[in-house]
Design a binder for this molecule. Structure first.
Ligand SMILES: *[C@@H]1O[C@H](CO)[C@@H](O)[C@H](O)[C@H]1NC(C)=O
Ligand SMILES: *[C@@H]1O[C@H](CO)[C@@H](O)[C@H](O)[C@H]1NC(C)=O
Length: 514
């Protein structure tokens, strides 16, 4: 047989719906113009797609298509032979007319096409009428799979105040059906819960912000996304997924003091470093966006300080310098709270700080008397007569009521016996002549006690030096004491000799003993 002169074997590939008896003899081309037929002129085969729809259940073999030769006189002289995948088990052929039938249920998701070979031979000569040819039967999809969200439930985080349209996350469903045929695997996403805050792109599953949201109002949203196959049309399968969307904080809130004015007080007795009070600014942000530092401003920054308590976010106002009720009773400072980390994007929304006024009253304290000197150094000539003036100490009550004070010497009996103090005016006098050779110094402690509040007592040291009167005459004090006129006044350190005795000063309280 001549390859070129023989009419072609025509393989008619029919869709399954052509199996219905009334349509079997219809031309495939006229039945469906969308078939992508092409002609292989050399071989004379006409190939067109051949389909079996999956999941067909029937007791009878279902017609698929027909192998046909022009040389077939329908006298039974030609034999059609089918080989290849599923030949004889899944697909059978009527060897007299070339009709192919499927005898099993097929599952596209397991095997989507079968490769077979067609042959036609002369029954008598067993010689091929046409060369062998390979062809494919495709399994056509039906919508037998539901879409599935494989990665759900989803969690996503997006900064608060993100502009409308910002992409939050994407959910993706899969569908086992054939994406290249029909709508079975064409998915459509929609939002079941989450309006009006979020939207979902129907085709991509991308979730977007649908409005600007403030974390300080609500920080978590539960969004439910539904996916349907069949582009959502009737007969579609669907699935849902939940998406938890958390809003993360940005620094969009400034600190704000709880009070515009704070009142505090501090005792004038309080030592440096005393905590006078606390101020607190609140910030509705969280974490480092809420962290703040406190500062102090105003005229009295030399007197008061502020430190930031990182645990409590409070500002602690401390005493930096002691205050004095009698000098200044009222102070006013400004406390300022400033966010530690500022998001540059929000700079134009104003300064991320706040100030408040702190008024501090100084409380009067009943303070003990204060001596005019920290300590006193006095001198007395050795041998000076009992009653000689050594010196005067003075203490005053610093308080406004200015209580009178009483003086006293508190040292042990011996020193007490050597000196006495006038309890009203602090005048210290000797009670007996002093001997420098016994002690060159007499260090005593004097107290001043407020008469109106005897608990308020101050002490001061008084260092009394006994001065040497005459180095040349070591015996002199004896004689002086024994024989010399007691004309010595406190503070007088000039040498006194026997010769000076005859003319004692007129105001002397003492009498010559000689
Ligand atoms: C202190 O009082 C005594 C006794 O009244 C008096 O002798 C003395 O001069 C007074 N001293 C002073 C410094 O006023
Ligand atoms: C008293 O004080 C003076 C001066 O501070 C000192 O030199 C002296 O040693 C002291 N004497 C006594 C007994 O404390």
């Amino acid at each position: 047989m001549n390859y070129y002169t023989l009419p072609s074997l025509v393989l008619i590939l029919a869709q399954l719906w052509l199996c219905t008896p009334g349509m079997q003899r219809k031309s495939i081309k006229s039945a469906d113009q969308s078939f992508t037929a092409f002609r292989r002129v050399k071989r004379g085969w006409i190939w067109e797609p051949l389909f079996v729809t999956e999941e067909q259940i029937t007791k009878m073999p279902l017609y698929v298509g027909q192998l046909k030769s022009d040389l077939d006189k329908q006298d039974g002289s030609l034999q059609y032979i089918l080989t290849g995948e599923g030949a004889g088990s899944i697909f059978i052929i009527d060897e007299y007319n070339g009709k192919i039938y499927v005898i099993q249920k097929l599952d596209r998701e397991k095997k989507s096409f079968y490769t077979l070979r067609a042959q036609v031979i002369n029954r008598n000569t067993h010689l091929p009428v046409e060369p062998d040819s390979e062809f494919i039967i495709k399994v056509r999809d039906i919508n037998d799979h539901e879409p599935q969200f494989l990665d759900g439930p989803y969690v996503a985080t997006i900064p608060e105040m993100s502009p409308e349209g910002t992409s939050v996350t994407q959910v993706t469903a899969t569908d086992g059906d054939d994406p290249s045929y029909g709508n079975s695997a064409r998915l459509l996403y929609s939002l079941i819960q989450g309006q009006p805050y979020f939207s979902v792109e129907p085709k991509t599953g991308v979730i977007r912000m649908a409005s600007q949201m403030d974390r300080e109002t609500k920080d978590q949203y539960l969004v439910i996304i539904q996916v349907k196959d069949m582009v959502g049309q009737a007969g579609a399968f669907s699935a849902t997924a939940t998406v938890t969307i958390n809003l993360s904080d940005i620094n969009d809130n400034a600190p704000k003091f709880q009070q515009r004015l704070y009142y505090m007080s501090v005792s004038e007795e309080a030592p440096v470093g005393t905590t006078i009070g606390r101020v607190m600014a609140e910030d509705s942000d969280i974490g480092e966006n809420a962290a703040m530092n406190y500062f102090i401003e105003g005229d009295s920054t030399d007197v008061f300080d502020i430190i930031t308590d990182n645990e409590t976010q409070e500002g602690l106002i401390l005493l930096k310098k002691r205050v004095d009720y009698e000098a200044k009773r009222r102070y006013s400072v400004q406390a300022k709270a400033v966010n530690r980390y500022i998001d540059e994007r929000f700079l134009e929304e104003g300064p991320f700080e706040d100030t408040t006024i702190v008024k501090i009253n100084v409380q009067d304290a009943d303070e003990p008397p204060v001596f005019t000197l920290e300590n006193y150094v006095m001198e007395i000539a050795e041998g000076a007569l009992s009653g000689s003036l050594v010196g005067v100490v003075t203490a005053k009550d610093p308080d406004n009521d200015d209580s009178p004070v009483r003086y006293s010497i508190v040292n042990g009996m011996i020193l007490k016996r050597l000196f006495s103090i006038n309890e009203h005016n602090g005048t210290i006098i000797t009670t007996k002549p002093l001997d420098r050779e016994i002690a060159a110094w007499h260090n005593i402690t004097v107290t001043a006690t407020e008469t109106r509040n005897p608990e308020k007592i101050s002490e001061v040291n008084v260092y009394i030096q006994v001065l040497n009167v005459n180095d040349h005459e070591p015996e002199f004090p004896k004689y002086y004491e024994t024989f010399v006129c007691e004309n010595t006044f406190s503070g007088q350190v000039n040498a006194v000799t026997l010769d000076s005795c005859p003319n004692p000063p007129a105001n002397s309280e003492h009498q010559c003993s000689g």
